[in-house]
Design a protein around this ligand. Structure first.
Ligand code: FES
Ligand SMILES: [Fe+2]
Length: 452
């Protein structure tokens, strides 16, 4: 056996540690997100969550998003401000600023800024000097939007600012939405990759250490990928006894993700059109650090209310809590360990992708295409102009009862997955209530048809 590693033919006779050389070259085009980078410019066309509302008190906080040092604050009139960290006078940090009735004042010489970054006052200076400074200097600021306990911001050119994307799952009236965050010490793309890699649930979360979600996750099943506009969907279709369980993982480019329930679904009981249990954005802090901001969704069509505990969202996110002793992380690794273990920025050249990594390859390719088209002056997909609001989403679980009649059912499961996705796409323009009714009925029709 031989392999071709970075253009060097190596005889694979074992003990090849010396011969097998690894690349150190990461894929800058699709991983680096700082100001002025290609992927960074792409990210700066979308709204991103940056903080949990309830964690912002009366003091400013220093945060970093997309490689930018920022300060988030709420002034005494309750307006949010998201501004460059350093005061344009002599660069003191506004994390030590004083929140005012309107805006914030720098602690050092008192320059007072509105939430949009305009200078309101330069104390101790003549009116004439103040007018000149106001004309020439401003503090960088970004627009914010607060929704259901999360603070969102837009970091791109003003004239390109999209509407805030109102996905259907942001307003399910039968779900309780609880904000949470999940930090990762690695590049954003390796965190996002996991969503289009459904097969890892059968290994990392089930068969490798301990069962981290429900029992049914241990079955690999069939995996089919679908794509449209900004969407990439991975449907994992498993046989569980007499049932067939469809679980759809969803990515809306560049970084919005949804997936089915972690604990409510195990394929053993029928579910007609369950919806996402976590609605989440994978947000780059910088090139080597990431934070997911999300809502865990509790209710009959999501995860059970008993998981609405301080640790519940972490268990839903990755099957284990985040902050654990190192030994426990080694014995029972979860997504944090898998993603961070790749290194701060995963080097794709050292990977060996298989057919089951199709979703990962497809997503990276779509991201690259969007980045390149933006470089060529064509704006990337905007979800808000593709559909009328609310924007339909697809992540979730459905389980129907069809006892096994053929031995090798891989292609049968894939056929049903294609049919299920088609049914959902066909009702995109309906209201949420109509969609639930139609999709439920169609799933029941498939069930009767296959059982007759
Ligand atoms: S450094 Fe901020 S007012 Fe002087
Ligand atoms: Fe996972």
């Amino acid at each position: 056996m031989s392999t071709d590693k970075n253009n060097i033919a190596v005889e694979l006779t074992g003990f090849s540690g010396y011969e097998l050389k690894h690349s150190k070259e990461y894929d800058e085009e699709i991983t680096l997100i700082g100001p002025g980078t290609k992927a960074g410019e792409y990210f700066r066309r979308y709204w991103h969550p940056v903080y949990i509302s309830s964690e912002l008190g009366d003091l400013p906080v220093a945060i970093k998003i997309l490689g930018e040092e920022l300060v988030l604050f709420r002034d005494k009139s309750k307006q949010l401000g998201l501004v460059h960290k350093h005061c344009p006078h002599r660069q003191a940090s506004l994390e030590f600023g004083i929140c005012q009735k309107t805006g914030i004042s720098c602690c050092y010489h008192g320059w007072h800024f509105d939430v949009d970054g305009k200078i309101l006052e330069v104390p101790g200076q003549s009116m004439q000097t103040q007018e000149i400074i106001k004309e020439k200097v401003q503090l960088g600021a970004y627009p914010t939007h607060e929704f259901k306990g999360l603070v969102f911001a837009y970091f791109g050119p003003k004239e390109k600012k999209p509407e805030f994307p109102m996905y259907d799952s942001l307003n399910f009236d039968d779900m309780e939405m609880v904000p949470y965050k999940a930090p990762f010490a690695c590049n954003w793309l390796q965190v996002l990759d996991a969503i289009v890699d459904p097969i890892h649930t059968a290994f990392l979360h089930s068969n490798m250490s301990r069962q981290q979600f429900s029992e049914g996750f241990g079955e690999v099943g069939q995996i089919d990928f679908f794509e449209r506009d900004s969407w990439i969907l991975g449907c994992n279709t498993r046989r569980v006894g007499d049932n067939i369980w469809f679980r759809i993982n969803e990515v809306v480019l560049p970084n919005f993700t949804q997936a089915g329930a972690a604990f409510a679904a195990d394929g053993t009981k029928e579910i007609y059109y369950g919806r996402s249990s976590f609605t989440r954005w994978v947000v780059p802090i910088d090139d080597e650090t990431t934070i997911c901001y999300a809502w865990a969704n509790f209710g009959d069509r999501g995860d059970p209310h008993e998981y609405n505990t301080p640790e519940g969202p972490e268990l839903i996110e990755q099957g284990e809590i985040f902050d654990r002793p190192y030994e426990e992380r080694q014995r029972f690794p979860a997504d944090r360990e898998a993603c961070e273990g790749m290194g701060r920025i995963n080097i794709h050249k050292n990977e060996n992708l298989l057919a089951s990594d199709q979703g990962v390859a497809m997503m990276r390719q779509r991201i690259r295409e969007q980045i390149r088209s933006l470089v060529d002056g064509k704006e990337p997909h905007k979800v808000t102009t593709l559909k009328d609001s609310p924007i339909p989403t697809y992540g979730g679980d459905s389980v129907i009862n069809i006892p096994k009649i053929i031995e090798d059912e891989d292609s049968f499961l894939s056929k049903l997955a294609r049919e299920f996705i088609k049914i959902q796409f066909e009702v995109d323009d309906k209201t949420e209530k109509e969609r639930v009714e139609i999709v439920t009925n169609k799933l029941k029709e498939i069930q009767s048809r296959e059982n007759s």
